[in-house]
Design a protein around this ligand. Structure first.
Ligand code: MG
Length: 241
């Protein structure tokens, strides 16, 4: 039996229909929530490499352990509590303020301005916010380095959720209540798949932004190109013609 092969026009029509469906899935979104690290800048900037070194230094000094043990604890806390900080606070009563300042004192020169992404975020209808497990002052610096400061309406860090981190649903609820966000009319963009589970439960559209997909029921879309993804949302009529 001959195999059905789509011609280029049929492929184009299918692609256009998929893009139009995606655009309509986001048509009632009025709040756009973006994670910061490895979501609003590419993982190739490797900022987290710098942050992790400073976290390990902090754990070594605070707990009096060697580097290997500090690295092991950091990984264990991240896996168990969502962040290293949450583990340090829960198990060792660490003061979060000085810790957050220390770990975020990093070199931002790997970041470059991204006018295309700024234009796409700026064109989205409604409110645009950043919600990060880092601190808000750090997020503000990163946004300036990316040229995104003027298109983001508000920035929330882990301090705004009483230092409870994503992926805890209570953390999302605290931040969303503070901003007055209706989760049913909001979308979440994140590189860590764990941090999309609560948003999905709360009725948000969820988009995994990462080089590789990590399919799961709570992840509605994946993209390795945030700018390109947002461009498709903004032009449903154009792509459907
Ligand atoms: Mg991230």
């Amino acid at each position: 039996m001959p195999q059905a092969v789509l011609n280029p026009f049929q492929l184009l029509a299918i692609t256009a229909r998929m893009v139009a469906m995606k655009a309509s899935a986001f048509s009632d979104v009025r709040t756009w929530v973006f994670d910061l690290d490895n979501t609003l800048y590419p993982p190739s900037a490797r900022l987290f490499d710098q942050i992790e070194v400073r976290m390990t230094d902090w754990v070594m000094a605070a707990l009096g352990v060697a580097r290997d043990e500090a690295d092991r604890l950091r990984t264990h806390y991240w896996a168990t509590y969502g962040t290293t900080l949450a583990g340090l606070m829960t198990e060792h009563g660490v003061d979060p303020g000085p810790y957050l300042t220390h770990v975020h004192e990093i070199d931002l020169s790997p970041l470059s301005l991204d006018p295309d992404l700024a234009e796409r975020i700026g064109a989205l209808p409604g409110r645009k916010i950043v919600y990060t497990n880092g601190s808000a002052p750090y997020a503000e610096r990163v946004l300036v380095a990316r040229g995104l400061g003027r298109v983001i309406d508000a920035v929330y860090g882990v301090e705004h959720a009483g230092f409870r981190p994503k992926p805890e649903r209570a953390a999302f609820e605290t931040v969303f209540a503070a901003d007055g966000i209706d989760a049913g009319m909001a979308a979440m963009f994140e590189d860590d798949p764990r941090n999309l589970a609560a948003p999905h439960e709360m009725g948000m559209r969820t988009v995994h932004v990462a080089p590789a997909p990590a399919p799961a029921d709570h992840i509605h879309y994946h993209t390795d190109d945030l700018t390109g993804f947002l461009a498709q949302l903004g032009q449903p009529a154009e792509v459907a013609e």
